[in-house]
Design a protein around this ligand. Structure first.
Ligand SMILES: [Zn+2]
Length: 285
């Protein structure tokens, strides 16, 4: 991607931050609660999407206009995280429709992390449209860019991850059906980059969750009945692997890259000479 495309991704990420913030607060309430979109403190309807003129300034400011209590994350945090994530994806991911799919999944991931950390649930209102949009974008990428094998990998990856998590949810109490649906989403995007990426992303998510539990045991704050939010670890594990693997596949896929290194090397996050095993046509640095 060009510098302009990366900057554009960052701008889109920052500009969509208020929508993410509003989606987080609107879903912090229990399911089917009629008060969704209202301030959790005073129930003012400040985050209902009608009128937008009320919801957007509230989301930007991060405080309820009625009681002035904080709603959600501090100002600019969600916006900056989303902008940084989209810029990193634009730096590493190719082609455009795959980038759009991963960008959508990343933005939804920010919403899901915030909701899961607060309420221990992953709402269908976020997961269902995200699954549909990511699936459609990957299908379009598979057709337009002639990536049928990657598309098959994404579909089988999503199905396999969903099946694996569903089996785990049947035998363990710590997994919910929301985690299984999130696993299907992550299996879709990881599966596009191959089975190794899928296995690495899922494993890293479990390892991060295990480290978190271990840390809580060490500091004496672990309770066997405690239910930890799994979505943050699943998403961090998956996107860490995606950012690494997407760049490597891009290098392998563009055999002309060594000639382009002077112009793109500064943006390849270290995938230069030390990664010659990914560029077999180069004998040495
Ligand atoms: Zn309020």
């Amino acid at each position: 991607m060009t510098d302009l495309a990366i900057a554009s991704a960052a701008v889109v990420g920052f500009a969509s931050g208020p929508a993410l913030r509003a989606a987080i607060v609107a879903n912090l309430r229990p399911r089917r609660d009629p008060a969704r979109g209202r301030c959790p403190c005073c129930s003012a309807p400040c985050l209902r999407w009608r009128p937008l003129v009320t919801a957007i300034p509230t989301a930007l400011w991060g405080r309820c206009p009625a009681c002035r209590r904080r709603i959600g994350a501090p100002p600019a945090v969600i916006e900056l995280v989303n902008a940084g994530l989209l810029a990193l994806l634009a730096l590493r991911v190719h082609p455009l429709f795959v980038l759009a799919a991963l960008g959508w999944a990343a933005a939804a991931g920010i919403i899901l992390v915030a909701i899961d950390a607060s309420t221990r649930r992953l709402p269908d209102a976020v997961l269902a449209p995200t699954l549909v949009v990511v699936l459609v974008l990957l299908v379009v990428a598979g057709i337009v860019d002639h990536r049928s094998s990657e598309l098959v990998g994404a579909l089988t990856g999503g199905a396999a991850t969903f099946a694996g998590y569903s089996l785990l949810a049947l035998v363990t109490a710590g997994l919910g059906f929301g985690d299984c649906k999130l696993a299907a989403l992550l299996g879709l995007v990881l599966g596009w980059f191959g089975w190794e990426a899928l296995a690495a992303g899922v494993t890293l998510g479990f390892l991060l969750a295990a480290c978190y539990l271990l840390a809580r045991m060490v500091i004496g704050r672990f309770s066997p009945s405690e239910q930890i939010p799994l979505a943050p670890f699943m998403l961090v594990g998956a996107f860490t692997v995606l950012l690494v693997v997407a760049g490597r596949r891009r290098l392998v896929g563009h055999r002309q890259l060594p000639l382009d290194l002077p112009s793109t090397g500064s943006r390849s996050l270290g995938f230069g000479c030390q990664n010659v095993r990914w560029m077999p046509w180069r004998s040495s640095c």
